[in-house]
Design a protein around this ligand. Structure first.
Ligand code: SF4
Length: 494
């Protein structure tokens, strides 16, 4: 397949290419735009005109440079072997195929999609959705040979996007609701997805009935359909293996899969915990569950929430700490659908641990929050800093308070702990820098450094190793360098 006739290059080599704000000609969707979507539906052959690209609203060349615009991308496909189960998986490929276009960036999915066109590619001639549509149709048909006909429509202004957006939201809801009621133990196999590997090489999503993928676009049924069509593709079946810890959702099959995907770096995942061996996060998550150490509870923020959250940080700042394929304790990329799961963070205490949600999310999932907790979980209307949150939770008698009492008891025990439990070496250590450090608010839980062996001090012997446990701290380091200091040579006197 050749793309030589186009003004820009097309291929996986452009995936991962960024279009920063100052390089951007236009933006589509994203946080500044209310309605955006991408949708794929399987239709009878007579309803699909192969190769047709339609633009409803202004085209790229009619748009003002530097603006953010609504965009609905609607792909209709037909083919004898196509099943509706495949729609979600094919639709998810908007992500990589749009990224294949030189100077075109695509992020997220469904109703949170966000695209940018670079000035350079616009100047080269990428000035119409006709070009983008034609390229996409070619890529979809090449990747999925079972697509016999494909047609695409772009809705490019507020008015034209309105109705198809509503339709897309209905379709997403129908897909997601099929999964509800099914449990992890009801199925023999799970699935994994590595579609986001170009942005987060160590990451792979484990997809189970009780834990939908982070992007919220691929559920267990979708993954099963995709792996049937292309078993060696980016979405594949994994054996469940042995259930090692039911409450945590630890399966040996998932551990093996993540070990493989992370090249041995990560070897344990608890599906239902955000603090202990949490699932890794790429960058496509719909929302972030963030730990709030001041109240021992969790908050959630989604992409559509603008401004700062109760811990003083906006979504974008937390997204930087969460994504990249890392296993970050206390910062977890999640889908909104996972909040409807009966296993939602069950290892950490489930909904009894959730203390803050954006109002819009709370309304959306209200029926899945246990009734007795509904008015005990704060929103931006109730608390916008951790002090106000603590007061709110105290007044509402939120179950998380039990943990505060435990904490207070622990502090008492620490203070009066018997002498043999103390660590003489640690007591003698002077750590002035630590005492002076200002920790950012609202990050981290407990981070344990590996055992460190102190080098022998002058005239002494190598002492025993020790552990430093930093509570309520998150440390980020691009790299750690340990250098052996060589003693300076004394200059010879002449
Ligand atoms: S977030 Fe997970 S399921 Fe969704 S595309 Fe990325 S890897 Fe696949």
């Amino acid at each position: 397949m050749s793309f030589d006739m186009y003004c820009v290059g097309v291929g996986p080599q452009y995936e991962g290419e960024r279009v920063r704000k100052k390089q951007m000609y236009l933006e589509f969707g994203g946080g500044k735009v209310d309605k955006k979507f991408e949708l794929c539906e399987v239709k009878p052959p007579k309803e699909v005109k192969d190769g047709k690209v339609t633009i409803v609203g202004p085209d790229i060349e009619d748009m003002k440079e530097g603006t953010s615009n609504p965009l609905g991308s609607y792909l209709k496909i037909s083919g004898e072997k196509l099943e509706t189960d495949l729609e979600a998986v094919i639709e998810r490929r908007f992500h990589d195929f749009m990224n294949f276009i030189q100077g075109f960036l695509h992020l997220n999915q469904r109703y949170t999609c966000w695209m940018r066109l670079s000035k350079k590619s616009y100047e080269k001639g990428l000035n119409s959705f006709k070009i983008i549509g034609e390229i996409l149709i070619k890529l979809f048909k090449a990747e999925f040979s079972i697509i016999e006909k494909a047609e695409i429509t772009f809705y490019t202004d507020e008015k034209s996007v309105e109705e198809p957006y509503k339709h897309a939201m209905d379709v997403y809801e129908k897909r997601d609701s099929r999964m509800r009621g099914m449990k992890d133990e009801d199925v023999d196999d799970f699935y994994a997805c590595t579609l986001c590997a170009s942005f987060a090489p160590k990451h792979a999503c484990a997809i189970t009935p009780n834990r939908m993928s982070l992007c919220g676009a691929i559920n267990w049924f979708d993954a099963r359909a995709a792996s049937k069509v292309d078993p060696k593709g980016p979405i594949f079946q994994i054996e469940k293996g042995e259930l090692k810890n039911e409450k945590a959702g630890e399966y040996t099959g998932i551990n093996d899969m993540i070990k493989n995907a992370s090249l041995g770096e990560i070897d344990r995942v608890f599906l239902y915990s955000g603090l202990e061996n949490p699932h890794t996060s790429c960058g496509c998550f719909e929302a972030i569950a963030f730990y709030i150490p001041e109240v021992e509870g969790y908050g959630v923020v989604d992409r559509n929430f603008s401004g700062v959250t109760v811990n003083g940080l906006p979504f974008s700042t937390m997204a930087n700490s969460t994504g990249g394929g890392n296993q970050v304790s206390g910062f977890n990329g999640i889908s909104i659908e996972y909040m409807r799961s009966p296993r939602f963070f069950q290892y950490d205490g489930g909904w009894n641990r959730f203390v803050w949600l954006p109002k819009q999310i709370k309304e959306r999932i209200l029926e899945y929050i246990p009734e007795e907790l509904r008015d005990k979980i704060a929103t931006e209307d109730d608390a916008m800093d951790t002090e106000a949150l603590k007061e709110f939770l105290d007044k509402k008698d939120h179950p998380v308070k039990e943990r505060w009492e435990e904490e207070e008891e622990d502090e008492w025990e620490d203070e009066y702990a018997p002498a043999e439990t103390q660590m003489p070496q640690m007591q003698q250590m002077q750590m002035p820098q630590m005492q002076q450090m200002q920790m950012p608010q609202g990050v981290g839980n407990t981070f344990m450094l590996p055992m460190v062996q102190l080098p022998p001090v002058a005239g002494g012997s190598g002492g025993p190793g020790f552990k430093i446990i930093l509570n309520n701290v998150k440390i980020h380091a691009e790299s750690v360098t340990i250098k052996k200091l060589k003693p300076k040579k004394k200059k010879k006197k002449k």
